[in-house]
Design a protein around this ligand. Sequence first.
Ligand code: G3H
Ligand code: 13P
Ligand code: ZN
Length: 330
Amino acid sequence: MLSYKELGLVNSKELFAKAVKGGYAIPAFNFNNLEQLQAIIAACVETKSPVILQVSSGARKYANQTLLKHLAKGAVDYAHELGYDIPIVLHLDHGDTFELCKSCVESGFSSVMIDGSHHPYEKNVELTAQVVEYAHKYDVTVEGELGVLAGIEDEVSSEVSHYTKPEEVEDFVKKTGVDSLAISIGTSHGANKFTPEQCTRNEDGILIPPPLRFDILEEVEKRIPGFPIVLHGASSVPAELIKIINSNGGKLKDAVGIPEEQLRRAAKSAVCKVNIDSDGRLAMTAAIRKVFNENPAEFDPRKYLGPARDALKELYKHKIINVLGSAGKA
Ligand code: G3H
Ligand code: 13P
Ligand code: ZN
């Protein structure tokens, strides 16, 4: 058993309490490799933002769990070396079984998500409560989910989405003892969050997605006042990144995300954790495609992963400062 405390990590409890009170959200950035981790830590140290390092089960397999715990410890030391000790959470994203959550608790994670949202309600309650009972023994915080997002949720896939039912949240939180709750109000995973048919187009032909269901969020907040809410699928899929990708040999069609002003509005509410993965993937891909297109003879990975890392860092700083409001909150 390796406690996250030995790695210098923190759980999300206090961070969320402060974020809800302060009207901002903590960034939850997914990572799979060294360059992503370097960019996240550098951006968060420069902006003095707390951060949630998020690892999906796919990422855990990709990066190797032994290396991951050393990377997490390395992240803490790296932040220190850069000159500011920001609070760092290591979080399992979309855990789908009790065993996976247990294994993460035992290997240095300070927070886990148990995503039982695809199960019937009673089964979701039972599974989530089981994870909470175990994780809380070790002071590890737990995120649950109610309502199903469209798109692919790691190994949890759902063709249809359904919004969170506000009438279920109070009972769910009470029966499970979760520390935070992910809800479905119209966000979804990936770079194609809506079909063109679900969107309207502005005069320049740009797709405008349907607005988030702030009415559901408000109803949830009324029923569990001050309780930490999590937003998954919160990438904005910047048009300028899609343009760079497609003008350098990429083929991303009809990509569309959540407009940043809606995320800003959400971050001011009880939404205190905002998950961003796809925008980072797009920033890296855009930078790498540009290098390859402009210099096809390049084959030193540092010459394309370096620019990708720089682009990622800028993207994360932008999210922290201009969207989530977490700058200076470390
Ligand atoms: O919500 C899912 C995250 O974007 C992680 O994606 O399973 O491809 O690592 P992944
Ligand atoms: P995006 O695909 O919108 O970045 O969402 C990521 C996410 O929710 C990870 O859990
Ligand atoms: Zn997610």
